[in-house]
Design a binder for this molecule. Structure first.
Ligand SMILES: Nc1ncnc2c1ncn2[C@@H]1O[C@H](COP(=O)(O)OP(=O)(O)OP(=O)(O)O)[C@@H](O)[C@H]1O
Ligand SMILES: CCCCCCCCCCCCC/C=C/[C@@H](O)[C@H](CO)NC(=O)CCCCC
Ligand SMILES: [Ca+2]
Length: 571
């Protein structure tokens, strides 16, 4: 642990100078990890003389890894300052005309970041230039920061604001951080996926940025994974193939309808926050589920695989795309009122006991210890041997048959503005498991209570008709039509809602007895699927949701008041 008061004095300083900040003289120190400053004794005495009040010395400190950029001060900033305190600013600029600006990350509220600036003035041009040079040298040592990005913008996602969001909020920040970009505004669905699969020269880039929603992210995910497997000679059609992790990071600028992947990995859906996570080169590994039907690959999923309720909501909402994000509310109500249930059989391989439990209330947060746990060779051998047996009786596989309103596999919490704690609040981003939630047939009122608990503090799993398992793999088989007896057929319409009951009873067909899988917002063409979690297959420019730090919210820069003989610490 570093003592902050030492930072001003220790020998590991790279630079120390007396400069001017906000018309006061300050001592500024830079070491490898912190840029800190405090008002000089002389200046403090002068200002307390003017205000007739004793002032406390404050140390302001910025972590070097949270500095976005350093530049010579430009005229625009001069104007901002002039508006605030015209006379003082003029005087400072006249006496100390050589100024530089440090842009840095400031935490505002609820995981939101913004880019703030602190300006230092000097009378000495060479000194000001030296500060810029030395800070830039330190930033250059942060080699995980991206220098070149390939950006895909979906102009039609969410409220169709993707292009404007990128141009107005994100591009200026990338420019300030000297990141070069190639921007592609997509012209059709799957444009980004196909470009990544075959054309893009990925050697040129440190990352790919997706401006859009979960559907657009899914395109980028498929393009990158598919390209990586092709380049490494892996056949994705084999359900047991071990996929090769992608080396290129993905950044998400939220501009869709749900944006649950951004929300669950950053804690907020804010384009500026996401841009700053990209700039500092954050890295968050993420699990990916591969979904197969028999021996053919269907799709990848990182958030929700939902059969029954969420499949039906999505299917209905696709016809209402023109409505934008509101389509989910309308289809949600309609599907809820239909109150359908579906029969089927689900078998799954539970995760080992040391992988936590979906109800343990241990939420996945930045630096999560559960996600850092690598399966030991013993765990792996266990899993392999169980896998080969594939039996209901022997080994770890379990099978549950029944009538379900919803079957959901949440590989991450799936938190989003509609449900801030998500479908499975304790699911982990990168633990190699998915939380399988089975909601059995129940009354409308019970199901409504369950749904409402996604939006409040109550436990949505605390119902007799809900069970949840943390699993590494699962298979689903819908009830086969031909297996129904005549008696079953009169029961199987599964429509207890507003569709005419007689038509459901007399025209029993595949559509009525089967739902569809919602795979991260895309409909799968088959109901019978095999799902396998591929641990940490991709990396995002994110760090997981940070625990809130109250002290960081109080001042633009991290700030400590120095009491005599007291040491203050940075963790
Ligand atoms: N130029 C384009 N024209 C039409 N469709 C596109 C284009 N570019 C991408 N798409 C498709 O648009 C679909 C929806 O996009 P996106 O995910 O950005 O927004 P959304 O559906 O509103 O948000 P969310 O997925 O978060 O609910 C994606 O499946 C993507 O394949
Ligand atoms: C009557 C009050 C009921 C309130 C219930 C709120 C429950 C909300 C849970 C939300 C879970 C979202 C899971 C995310 C899924 C995404 O991969 C997918 C693509 O964006 N979105 C949807 O399928 C869109 C799914 C939208 C569902 C409404
Ligand atoms: Ca997971």
């Amino acid at each position: 642990m570093t003592r902050l008061s030492d930072i001003m004095e220790t020998q590991d300083r790279l630079l120390f100078s007396k400069l001017f900040h906000k018309h006061r003289q300050v001592e500024v120190t830079l070491n490898r990890s912190v840029l800190a400053w405090k008002e000089t004794e002389k200046s403090r005495k002068r200002s307390s003389g003017i205000s007739n009040r004793a002032e406390t010395a404050h140390i302001h400190a910025l972590q070097v890894c949270e500095i976005v950029a350093v530049h010579t001060k430009d005229d625009d900033q001069d104007n901002k300052e002039t508006r605030r305190s015209r006379a003082e600013a003029k005087q400072t600029s006249r006496l100390h005309p050589h100024a530089f600006t440090v842009s840095y990350i400031r935490r505002t509220r609820q995981h939101q970041w913004c880019c703030s600036e602190v300006i230092f003035h000097s009378a000495n041009q060479a000194l000001s230039e030296q500060w810029i040079k030395v800070i830039n040298e330190q930033l250059a040592l942060l080699t995980h920061r991206p220098k070149s990005l390939l950006v895909y913008i979906n102009p039609y996602g969410g409220k169709r604001r993707g292009k404007r969001i990128y141009e107005q909020k994100v591009a200026p920040l990338f420019g300030r951080a000297c990141i070069s970009t190639d921007v592609i505004v997509t012209e059709r669905a799957n444009h980004a996926r196909d470009h990544l699969k075959t054309e893009a020269n990925l050697d040129k880039y440190d990352g790919v940025v997706c401006v859009g929603g979960d559907g657009m992210f899914s395109e980028i995910l498929h393009g990158l994974i598919s390209r990586t497997q092709t380049d490494n000679g892996v056949d994705p059609n084999q359900p047991d193939a071990e996929l090769v992790p992608c080396s290129v990071h993905i950044g998400i600028i939220p501009a869709g309808s749900t944006d649950c992947i951004c929300f669950a990995t950053v804690g907020t859906n804010d384009p500026v926050t996401s841009a700053l996570h990209i700039i500092v080169g954050d890295s968050q590994p993420m699990d990916v589920c591969s979904v197969h039907h028999n021996d053919s690959f269907l799709r990848y999923s990182v958030s929700l695989l939902g059969y029954g309720f969420y499949g039906d909501v999505l299917k209905d909402s696709e016809r209402k795309r023109w409505m934008g994000p509101a389509r989910y509310d309308l289809s949600g109500v309609k599907t809820f009122l239909s109150h359908n249930y579906y029969e089927g059989s689900i078998s799954f391989l539970p995760a080992e006991n040391n992988m936590g439990d979906p109800r343990d209330k241990l939420q996945c947060r930045s630096g999560c210890s559960v996600c850092q746990h690598k399966p030991s060779s013993k765990d792996t051998q266990w899993e392999m041997s169980e896998e080969k047996e594939m039996s209901d009786k022997v080994g770890g596989w379990r099978t549950i048959r029944g009538k379900f309103i919803a079957i959901n596999a949440a590989s991450m919490s799936c938190a989003c503005p509609r449900s801030p704690k998500g479908l499975s609040p304790s699911a982990h981003l990168a633990d190699g498991t998915t939380d399988l939630i089975l909601v059995r047939k129940c009354s409308r009122l019970d199901f409504l209570t369950h749904l409402l608990r996604h939006t409040n503090k109550e436990d949505q799993f605390d119902h007799s008709f809900v069970e949840v398992h943390r699993v590494r793999r699962f298979n689903f088989q819908p009830q086969q039509n031909e297996m129904h007896s005549l008696e079953d057929l009169t029961e199987t319409p599964k429509k207890t809602g507003f569709r005419p009951i007689c038509s459901a009873q007399t025209n029993y067909n595949y559509q009525d007895s089967h739902s569809s899988w919602n795979c991260d917002g895309e409909i799968l063409p088959h109901a019978a699927i095999r799902v396998s979690v591929q641990p940490q297959l991709i990396r995002l420019f994110a760090r997981g949701i940070e625990e809130q730090q109250q002290s960081l919210l109080e001042d633009p820069c991290t700030l400590w008041a120095l009491e005599p003989n007291t040491h203050y610490s940075v963790d």
